[in-house]
Design a protein around this ligand. Structure first.
Ligand SMILES: Cc1cc2nc3c(=O)[nH]c(=O)nc-3n(C[C@H](O)[C@H](O)[C@H](O)COP(=O)(O)O)c2cc1C
Length: 357
């Protein structure tokens, strides 16, 4: 079988985007059971937890599913850098009545160990963001029976994944919620909208393309398919799903989002990500270029964001969401997926009528 055949075999060509912090296996299982394809966000999992998490999904659905890893660089920041970053965060911690954390020993799970665990777990699909695997790593996954889906923000990144032997490209448009996946160029040069990105990657690379970014309902799914995507990947649209693990204050902010609410920031994690703008993003804007790179800043703000979540304070936690967040709706994931597919079919019928077919 090919990855294209896997996508063609889905009852509903909708992929649930992996979302660290907003999703776990339960959402992935619900989406796969509905006929789409769920994805476990394993980026923050310890290597030893990946195998059991994959086994749990496998035990609950025989449909295809994916597992996602974030390719965090290995970092060893010097003590002064960490101290300065913590000092900058001190007033934010103080406002929540917490001391800043001690300098951590580890800033992210070891990627090589996560990848080894993923190869051993052999899920149907593995997706990656923030960098590109080498040919040997891709081949090892494929030898285990896993299709490799690489995230690209630009055509050059799609070509890099194709050169590494990937089975498909996830084209992440600028509209997308959460972290940007860019790894070849600066974020300013990697903000192509989903329409242009899907079409230009399709023209450049002979691989199935999954469209991601700003797809919020069936109209968006139909548009992605019309552009030549093999499936639509949706993240923000699942933020309010019953099975999503989105915290209370985050859900409330998503439901109350004003017009055009999202911005990019690197203040929370040291890597640009899109979220609903809040006080932390605004007040850190002037120094956000100075914070240490991902995953250092990410680790240093984790306790802050956890404390803000406990306190119900949406102004100091990362409210990751895409540009379409106002269209997110509540409900069981299975109902959402089926409704979006019915809408996509209706959109296709409308187009057929409009085009005289
Ligand atoms: C809350 C949130 C968390 C995310 N976490 C991840 C992640 O762990 N791994 C990843 O590859 N992409 C992650 N993304 C990005 C998605 O894969 C995808 O590109 C994006 O959700 C698509 O745009 P949309 O949010 O407009 O649907 C995340 C997105 C959101 C909204």
């Amino acid at each position: 079988m090919s990855f294209q055949a896997l996508l063609d075999g889905l009852e509903i060509p909708i992929l649930q985007a992996p979302m660290v912090g907003a999703s776990d296996g339960a959402l992935a299982i619900a989406v796969s059971r509905a006929g789409g394809m769920g994805t476990l966000a394993a980026g923050a999992l310890a290597p030893a937890d990946i195998g059991p998490a994959v086994a749990q999904i496998r035990a609950q659905t025989d449909r295809p599913f994916g597992v996602n890893l974030l390719m965090a660089p290995k970092v060893a920041p010097d003590a002064a850098t960490v101290e300065a970053a913590l000092e900058r965060l001190r007033p934010w911690y103080a406002a929540l009545g917490e001391p800043p954390p001690a300098a951590p020993n580890q800033f992210a799970p070891d990627f090589d160990a996560q990848l080894a665990a993923l190869i051993a777990a052999a899920p149907p699909v593995a997706s990656f963001a923030f960098d590109v695997l080498n040919r040997e790593q891709v081949a090892a996954l494929q030898a285990a029976g896993t299709y490799v889906l690489g995230a690209a923000n630009t055509v050059a990144e799609a070509r890099a994944w194709a050169a590494a032997g990937a089975d498909g490209i996830c084209a992440q448009g600028a509209e997308a919620g959460g972290h940007r996946g860019n790894f070849l160029a600066d974020v300013e040069d990697s903000l192509v909208g989903t329409f242009a990105l899907v079409a230009t990657i399709r023209a450049a690379v002979e691989l199935p393309v999954v469209a991601a970014g700003g797809i919020m309902d069936g109209r968006g799914v139909a548009a992605a398919l019309a552009l030549g995507a093999g499936a639509a990947q949706m993240g923000t649209a699942f933020l309010l799903a019953d099975e999503a693990t989105t915290s209370g204050p985050w859900r409330a902010a998503a439901e109350a989002a004003p017009d055009d609410p999202t911005r990019l920031t690197r203040a929370f994690t040291g890597r640009y990500a899109r979220g609903i703008e809040n006080r932390f993003m605004r007040e850190m804007r002037s120094v956000e270029r100075e914070v240490p790179p991902y995953p250092v800043q990410n680790r240093l703000t984790q306790p802050l964001r956890a404390a803000a979540t406990r306190a119900g304070d949406p102004e100091t936690l990362s409210l990751w969401a895409g540009q379409g967040v106002r269209l997110a709706e509540r409900g069981p994931a299975e109902d959402l997926v089926r409704r979006w597919w019915a809408e996509a079919q209706a959109a296709a019928r409308g187009l057929a009528a409009r085009t005289g077919i």
